[in-house]
Ligand binder design. Sequence first.
Ligand code: NAP
Length: 282
Amino acid sequence: WNLHTLTQEKDLDFFVCFSSVASLLGNTGQGNYAAANAFMDTLAHHRRALGLPGLSINWGAWAEIGLAAEIDRQQQTRLAAMGMGAIDPEQGIPVLAQLVEQTDNTQVGVFPMNWPKFLKQHQQIPVFLSELAETLSTNLSASVDPMEELLKRPPEEQKKYLMNHVRTELNRILGFKPSQPMDPDKVFTDMGMDSLMIVESRNRLQANLKHRFPSTLLFDYPTIQRLVDYIADEVLELESPEEGATDTDRTPNRTEGILSRLEQLSEQEAEKLLAEKFCLAT
Ligand SMILES: NC(=O)c1ccc[n+]([C@@H]2O[C@H](COP(=O)([O-])OP(=O)(O)OC[C@H]3O[C@@H](n4cnc5c(N)ncnc54)[C@H](OP(=O)(O)O)[C@@H]3O)[C@@H](O)[C@H]2O)c1
């Protein structure tokens, strides 16, 4: 504050405050430190509002130098376990140079984080981080192959997995939280789905489940229950739990059944069936 008041008449190029991640994310036992840094952050905003240069950088812990280098190993291990990494000076200095050059920033956080690890510690995600948590969960689930995941599960769990997957995808398209419950019998258009969303939903399900669907999929099966029933029973032909139970009695399993049905078909009939199944042009 003293520097701010004493330099107001000076034509400064920069006014850079070295703040801490503590004022953004908080840190156990550092309430006073977080408050002091929040003051600096606010000062940078105040200066910008006055038309003066101002930048507050919320640094994470620097490795090797300064305050953080003095903290003991136990403390460092604690931070790492929380998903908070340290800034290597070789990476941090160029970031500082870059930020000082970009005069349009007022407050910037610079801290290496393992976000999934960090967020896992919160029973309830702070509102401030909820959007980030949503994006992370989208990216994480995007890296999972839903068909592979589904087939790994025992028959009695497959339909439930499919229902969760479809609900998550539709919720995302509707702009809801992925885990938001969905009335199984509510018509999609009554949930706010427009025709573009309906086509996008079909495209996503088609890509994720690796099956071709007609563009009218969500019109033909307009509730999540009907949609999942159709995909499970008619497209993926998932075994119902009861069917799974009879397997142990050594009735022919599904693959054997399909093979024996195929053997009874002529070559032409088999080709026609395949073409129909995979929407191929004959
Ligand atoms: N190091 C980190 O990982 C880290 C992370 C986030 C934020 N920060 C923030 O960055 C700033 C610098 O951290 P640091 O690690 O470089 O700290 P540091 O190694 O403890 O250095 C602090 C510097 O401030 C000077 N100083 C202390 N009291 C002063 C006073 N009353 N008047 C004038 N100068 C004074 C000290 O001078 P003497 O040497 O003469 O005592 C020293 O040069 C701090 O505000 C810290 O909260 C640091």
